[in-house]
Design a protein around this ligand. Structure first.
Ligand code: COA
Length: 259
């Protein structure tokens, strides 16, 4: 039913693949609309426990927002593009109650780097490349790049990447803390899936609470410590907390229901 992305649900892991390899998976309006719908599926489908975002082909994760859509826009059009994209996709990924991980299989530039950074964490193939080259186009990032890059790699490194348009390789991204693992391209999806299979065996509501509380660090409208206290308290009303603690005391493996 999608035309610009591919989706696959296996073992509770929903893989979303942006599928415009001839345009290096650039994010045009259709991709944003379809990604938004796919993220809605992650929220609403109880069979989905976690998700992966990746790009089709051997060359690119996503080489940015689709530059061919830019020239027709004025200031209001630009603001609307950024606002809609952030609301429909980027913020929605970040706040998802289930883990969403980026498997970065090549160029992650501009909106592609921003898409990877909106995910809860990232793995990269050895040929991955990251950057925010918007200043080459007379632009700045519009899908959260100035904020999330600074959060992830620190202000000095982010400022240099943003102002210089420099592209960094996978090992530099690892050293910067932008990605958690670098693996050969052919192992990228399997490695990502094995991490998610492990996470999927944990208590889903507790995992959701971790996402919510960790995100609160960067949300000025919320007190992170209070968010943690509230989320911690809510766990005590769940079946999974009773199952997890009872299983520990009975020296057996827990079976979580997500309730
Ligand atoms: N938007 C629209 N089209 C894009 C694109 C983007 N962000 N990135 C790549 N493409 C298209 C190219 O125009 C080309 O299309 P064509 O074959 O119809 O001419 C196709 O994808 C392949 O890209 P090409 O530039 O030929 O590949 P390359 O290997 O020579 O270079 C990059 C790869 C990533 C270095 C180069 O494509 C690039 O610089 N892309 C733009 C990156 C960018 O500035 N992103 C931020 C956007 S805000």
């Amino acid at each position: 039913m999608y035309t610009t992305i591919l989706t696959d649900l296996e073992n509770g892991i929903f893989t979303i693949t942006i599928n415009r390899p001839d345009k290096l998976n650039a994010l045009n309006k259709d991709v944003i609309t379809e990604l938004s719908a796919a993220i809605d599926e992650v929220y609403s489908n109880p069979e989905i426990k976690s998700a992966i975002i990746s790009g089709a082909g051997p060359k690119a994760f996503v080489a940015g927002a689709d530059i061919s859509e830019f020239l027709a826009l004025d200031a209001n059009g630009g603001k609307e593009l950024a606002q809609k994209g952030q609301d429909m996709v980027f913020t929605k990924i970040e706040n998802a109650p289930k883990p969403i991980v980026a498997a970065v299989n090549g160029f992650a530039l501009g909106g592609g780097c921003e898409l990877a950074m909106a995910c809860h964490f990232r793995l990269a193939s050895e040929n991955a490349k990251f950057g925010q080259p918007e200043v080459n186009l007379g632009l700045i990032p519009g899908y959260g790049g100035t904020q999330r890059l600074t959060q992830l790699v620190g202000k000095g490194r982010a400022m240099e990447m943003l102002m210089s348009a420099n592209i960094i390789d996978a090992n530099t991204a690892l050293q910067y803390g932008l990605v958690n693992y670098v693996v050969p391209a052919e192992e990228l999806l399997n490695k990502t899936k094995s991490i998610l299979e492990h996470i999927n065996s944990k208590a889903p509501l507790a995992v959701a609470g971790c996402i919510k509380a960790a995100n609160a660090v960067f949300d000025e409208t919320r007190n992170g410590y209070q968010t943690e206290i509230d989320a911690f308290g809510e766990c005590f009303d769940t079946d999974d907390m009773k199952e997890g603690t009872t299983a520990f005391l009975e020296k057996r493996k827990p079976t979580f229901s997500g309730k």
